[in-house]
Design a protein around this ligand. Structure first.
Ligand code: SF4
Ligand code: SF4
Length: 176
């Protein structure tokens, strides 16, 4: 202790230090396809409907990687994230959606187009030299099916005959 009055004339008075995202956030976001906010923090899937979920299924967030917050809020969010994870971990088996891409291996030319265009990095070339899609990871976005030059990929529920039937029904509806 100084035991005497001390008068200072600072140029700046900083009451709170800046909280910035971790340097590794961007690399992690690229790896798992997480969106980031403009400030570089992780972005939840929906601020009200899915506040601790990432847009990528099965991944959850909490704490300062999300945005600067108090320890109480962090603990509440961590409990919510662990509860969300428990809804998956408590199941013996998981069902995936029916809209998934399926490769007809014999038609595949191993051109790697699907490997490059898939935003979730799902397709890979297997030991037989054919594209292979892990059905549990496929999000059914259809990018690979649309881009495949050999037309070796079909998106279930959106096969060519099904799309043609819908187009014809639409045209007839408009013409009627
Ligand atoms: S885009 Fe089509 S042809 Fe090319 S690797 Fe993928 S499935 Fe095979
Ligand atoms: S449908 Fe979309 S998510 Fe599924 S493998 Fe093709 S590009 Fe990837």
């Amino acid at each position: 202790m100084l035991h005497f009055p001390l008068t200072l004339h600072p140029d700046l008075l900083i009451l709170s230090e800046a909280v910035v995202p971790n340097e590794g956030s961007k690399e992690l976001a690229n790896l798992f396809k997480f969106p980031l906010t403009l400030d570089g923090f992780f972005l939840e899937a929906h601020v009200k409907l899915r506040p601790v979920d990432f847009a990528t299924d099965g991944l959850y967030l909490c704490g300062m990687a999300h945005y600067p917050k108090s320890i109480n809020e962090t603990i509440s969010q961590a409990e919510a994230a662990s509860a969300r994870a428990a809804t998956i971990l408590s199941q013996e088996a998981l069902q995936v959606g029916g809209v998934i891409a399926v490769v007809e291996g014999e038609r595949c030319a191993a051109c790697l187009t699907c490997v490059r265009v898939c935003p979730y990095e799902v397709p890979m070339i297997n030991a037989k030299g054919e594209a292979e899609i892990d059905l549990a990871k496929c999000k059914g976005c259809g990018s690979c099916a649309a881009e495949c030059p050999a037309r070796a990929i079909e998106l279930m529920h959106f096969k060519d005959p099904q799309l043609w039937a819908k187009c014809q029904a639409l045209i007839m509806d408009v013409a009627a």
